[in-house]
Design a protein around this ligand. Structure first.
Ligand SMILES: [Fe+2]
Length: 484
């Protein structure tokens, strides 16, 4: 398959090319299967499963301004089996991707342009292209890719990466699903929400272990919001109402502008897993934005919630040019932060856990919703575009932080925890991530001993093509694939 990006796409109002279409972000144009991969070091024989990473990879030259969030979702995957590795990448065949493939050009304009004239949008009538490019998770034998503004979850085969289609859970999903639904691997349930620009603004639901939506409820917010993630515990779900809101002045003039309203609190809504909107208990904390939850669990009468907290989700005051503004909006400056919500007294406490800028957190997927000892984040580099320059392991029990730096010009991806086959102790396993070498224009899959990041990768699997920097990743164990 080919792509056509002949001339650079400029940032509007400038003659500067959009950096999110160049270099480490430049889309790839080929879909590859390759089992003959060179390895530096040795792939552990007790690490079996698939690493999958989603991200934007525009197939056609953008019509109008391009934002990194616009690109067509592409999944890159490496399957590890008995010490051998196989690489594969595939675009996600969304309805919009198929329509544009048929036309041979972009039919949708992106988030920085008016959606007027776009062929269709999500169920909220936003008119934007559901690119399925944001998250990637595993549930009931399928990989589900999802989009940050809510759309159809697209199901993929975890090994062939073939798009099965828009997942409607046997016809039971009405409307959309956000990125970052949560799977409880103990019960097999999947917890999700859906948000949009019109009242009640938020909807919460549960997919049962047999793959049907068995619960939905409306949750009324004070206005339209942009929640990105949620949490679960053994008995509860936690939803967020954060003060990143539509600018009312701009809205009056028919424009869409998001502003951070520091006069509003950050609100956390706790409800029973199968609770209704009127059962949500709201806990208020200092204003912030949160992209990603690390984990949440119950501790006596309290809910503990660890997140990566963005204190100031605003463009920097010194960002005056169109390029500086765009880059600054995509800057991510978040710190590990803990909330405690007391279900008996209603009290809230919050405390910073680290001052380093780390994000894209993961925990052992079997620990989601339960006390987890370790969190694995990537470190955000101070560069002007979003790049991950290292890995961090946080230890809840000792407070000790372990780190690995990828090195000059080397940038990572989200690095999920991949347990050693048969491991019974939390943390016994590996971290797996793509690393792109900017100087060489090459990518590799790096495998780390999760207990010894400082030692560097135990194996570097050299990939047959560059993997552009992207968004979320997941690890699917061989036992989940049914290969054991
Ligand atoms: Fe995300």
């Amino acid at each position: 398959m080919t792509s056509s990006h002949d001339q650079p796409v400029l940032v509007a109002g400038t003659d500067e090319p959009n950096p999110y279409l160049l270099g480490v972000y430049a889309p790839v144009t080929t879909e590859i299967d390759s089992g003959d991969l060179r390895v530096i070091g040795r792939i552990p024989r007790d690490l079996n499963g698939v690493y999958l990473r989603n991200g934007p990879n525009p197939r056609h030259r953008p019509d109008g301004r391009y934002h990194w969030f616009d690109g067509d979702g592409m999944v890159h995957a490496v399957h590890l089996e008995n010490g051998r590795a196989r690489y594969r990448n595939r675009w996600i065949r969304t309805k919009a991707f198929e329509a544009e493939s048929e036309a041979g050009r972009a039919l949708w304009r992106g988030v920085m342009e008016s959606p007027k004239g776009n062929p269709f949008g999500n169920h909220h009538g936003l008119g934007l292209k559901d690119a399925a490019n944001t998250d990637v998770i595993f549930h009931r034998g399928k990989v589900l890719t999802t989009w940050y503004l809510c759309g159809s979850p697209y199901a993929l085969d975890p090994l062939s990466l073939e798009t099965v289609g828009a997942e409607d859970f046997l016809g039971t999903l009405v409307g959309d699903m956000m990125a970052h639904p949560k799977v409880d691997e103990r019960t097999g349930e999947l917890f999700w929400f859906d948000y949009g620009p019109t009242p009640p603004y938020l909807r919460y639901g549960v997919v049962s272990a047999d793959g049907r939506v068995v619960h939905t409820t409306d949750v009324t917010l004070p206005g339209p919001r942009l929640p990105h993630d949620m949490a679960i515990t053994d008995n509860h779900a936690v939803l967020m109402d954060l003060p990143l809101v539509q600018d009312p002045e701009a809205a009056r003039h028919g424009r869409h502008k998001i502003v951070f309203d520091r006069s509003l609190p950050a609100r956390f809504g706790v409800l029973p897993r199968y609770g209704t909107g009127d059962q949500v208990r709201w806990f208020e904390a200092s204003p912030c934005y949160i992209y990603h939850v690390v984990n949440s669990w119950e501790a006596g009468e309290e809910i503990v919630l660890d997140v990566c907290r963005v204190n100031r989700p605003q463009p920097r005051a010194d960002a005056h040019t169109p390029l500086a503004k765009m880059l600054s909006y995509l800057r991510l400056d978040a710190q590990l932060h803990r909330y405690r919500f007391n279900l008996r007294t209603g009290a809230v406490s919050e405390s910073p856990m680290d001052d380093a800028n780390t994000e894209f957190p993961s925990v052992d997927s079997r620990k989601v919703g339960r006390l987890s000892r370790y969190a694995y984040n990537v470190r955000i580099s101070p560069e002007s575009t979003l790049k991950f320059d290292g890995l961090v392991r946080y230890d809840n029990a000792t407070g000790v932080k372990a780190e690995h730096s990828f090195g000059p010009g080397r940038w990572g991806s989200e690095a999920p925890f991949a347990p050693r086959d048969g491991a019974t102790v939390e943390g016994d396993g590996y971290l797996v991530t793509f690393v792109q070498d900017e100087r060489e224009g090459l990518s590799e899959l790096d495998i780390f001993d999760a207990g010894d990041l400082a030692a560097g990768p135990v194996a570097r699997v050299l990939l047959p093509q560059r993997v552009p920097l992207g968004f979320h990743a997941t690890w699917v164990r061989a036992d989940q694939l049914g290969l054991d």
